[in-house]
Design a protein around this ligand. Structure first.
Ligand SMILES: Nc1ncnc2c1ncn2[C@@H]1O[C@H](COP(=O)(O)OP(=O)(O)O)[C@@H](O)[C@H]1O
Ligand SMILES: CC(=O)OP(=O)(O)O
Ligand SMILES: [Mg+2]
Length: 400
């Protein structure tokens, strides 16, 4: 099997890629955003070498079904032709698979019921993922659909890493434990790092820092996730674009009792109005860096808090792993921000971690080393490609 359509469906947008798995190439990619707002927009890019490149437009997309029609129309008008490059399967990013799903899974009515049921553990993500599955099944009824779970890679965490220190009966009843997310990215980057270093993944101990809008750290030993910074939901851990990451759980209670916020308001506050946005007024790291460079002290503090948290996780995971072969930066911020890399690793020289400032300043979209020759720990930038990983796992799941 060759061509897979990959769908990453969020609450108000969905992103897609048409991928030739055999050659690992993207034939087309795009997104429909602001679904349901009356102000939706679409972007489509034909990279198959056949057709007219990029296209963007305002569109009507009152729901995910309409958004899928927009995508199908974009393929029809701007190529590549879905008749010529017919997807043999559709792969879906599903964020929360709980303890139930640890492998790519062909979507059946029962699997959809399970994904829906797991929405309680990922209210921001799973309902949107399911809406994407429903819409894609309607648009592509004749091919298998496969769910690839963000949580799957972290199913290898030992109980000591995934257990919260709370009443065990209550935790079991409500399935409260750490699940971890971005697993598809951590898995892809683990393999890409081993390939870059020319060493077997089984022999490597890695700290992977996936820094996008959402951000998580992962300790990988011999290719297995042994600890990760996100927990029951994608809110725990690192400072993110709009999410707080770790904080004293008493803050939630305090906000409700003292600031009079409702449960929903606290949830929205921590997920959507916190992180670097809450500290600086900017969710996009490029804007935070620009504001800091222009002398805005709030933006500088936001960067310092972001880097301080990262450094703490690097130290913690070095201790959990016992030895670190490489610290790997990935995703939008990790791949592009030399400043974040520099600030996160500041002061770690005495632990054998030393950046090479000129290598760190290089802008490139390939895997590369940014540590100095003297550094005992390799520091790498390795681009992630969650869509390619989903396409490969989808193809494997349907036997292609
Ligand atoms: N040159 C850059 N410098 C700093 N941050 C960047 C740069 N390019 C992209 N980013 C940041 O990457 C983040 C988005 O990362 P990405 O992995 O695309 O996120 P997601 O997939 O979670 O939407 C944004 O905060 C953006 O500011
Ligand atoms: C799980 C998660 O946080 O995903 P994203 O980074 O896409 O928001
Ligand atoms: Mg991402």
């Amino acid at each position: 099997m060759r061509v897979v359509l990959v769908v990453n469906s969020g609450s108000s947008s969905f992103k897609y890629q048409l991928i030739d798995v055999e050659s690992s190439t993207t034939l087309a990619s795009g997104l429909v955003e602001r679904i349901g707002s009356g102000d939706a927009a679409a972007r489509h890019s034909n990279s198959s070498g056949d057709g007219d490149g990029r296209w963007d437009s305002d569109v009507s997309a009152p729901d995910h079904f309409a958004a899928f029609d927009v995508m199908v129309a974009a393929f029809a008008e701007h190529g590549p032709s879905l008749a010529e490059f017919a997807p043999a399967a559709v792969g879906h990013r599903v964020v929360q698979g709980g303890a139930r799903f640890f492998e790519p899974t062909i979507v059946t009515p029962l699997v959809k019921i399970n994904i829906d049921e797991l929405s309680a553990l990922a209210p921001l993500h799973n309902p949107a993922n399911l809406a994407g599955i429903e819409a894609a099944q309607r648009a592509f009824p004749d091919v298998p659909h496969v769910a690839v779970f963000d949580t799957a890679f972290h199913q290898t965490m030992p109980p000591a890493a995934y257990t919260y220190a709370i009443d065990k009966k209550l935790a079991a009843k409500h399935r409260i434990r750490r699940y971890g997310f971005h697993g598809t990215s951590h898995r892809f980057v683990s393999h890409a790092t081993a390939e870059f270093l020319g060493k077997p993944l089984e022999d490597l101990r890695l700290i992977i820092l996936h820094l996008g809008n959402g951000a998580s750290a992962c300790a990988v030993s011999g290719g297995r996730s042994v600890d990760t910074s996100m927990g029951l939901t994608p809110l725990e851990g690192l400072v993110m674009g709009t999410r707080s990451g770790d904080l004293d759980p008493a803050v939630l209670v305090y906000l409700q009792r003292r600031a009079g916020l409702s449960v929903d308001a606290v949830d929205a506050f921590l997920n959507s109005q916190s992180g670097v946005l809450g500290l600086s007024g900017h969710a996009d790291m490029r804007d935070v860096e620009q504001a800091s460079a222009a002398g805005d002290p709030d933006a500088t503090l936001a960067l310092e808090v972001y880097a301080h948290r990262l450094r703490g996780y690097i130290g913690a995971y070095a201790a959990q792993l016992g030895r670190v072969d490489a610290i790997v930066f990935t995703a939008g911020v990790g791949e592009n921000s030399s400043l974040v890399r520099e600030w996160a690793l500041a002061g770690l020289e005495r632990f054998g971690v030393e950046l090479d400032p000129s290598l760190n300043a290089v802008r490139a979209s390939v895997a590369r080393r940014v540590s100095s020759d003297a550094s005992k720990v390799e520091v790498l930038v390795v681009p992630t490609n969650e869509e390619l990983e989903i396409a490969r796992e989808t193809a494997a799941a349907v036997g292609g």
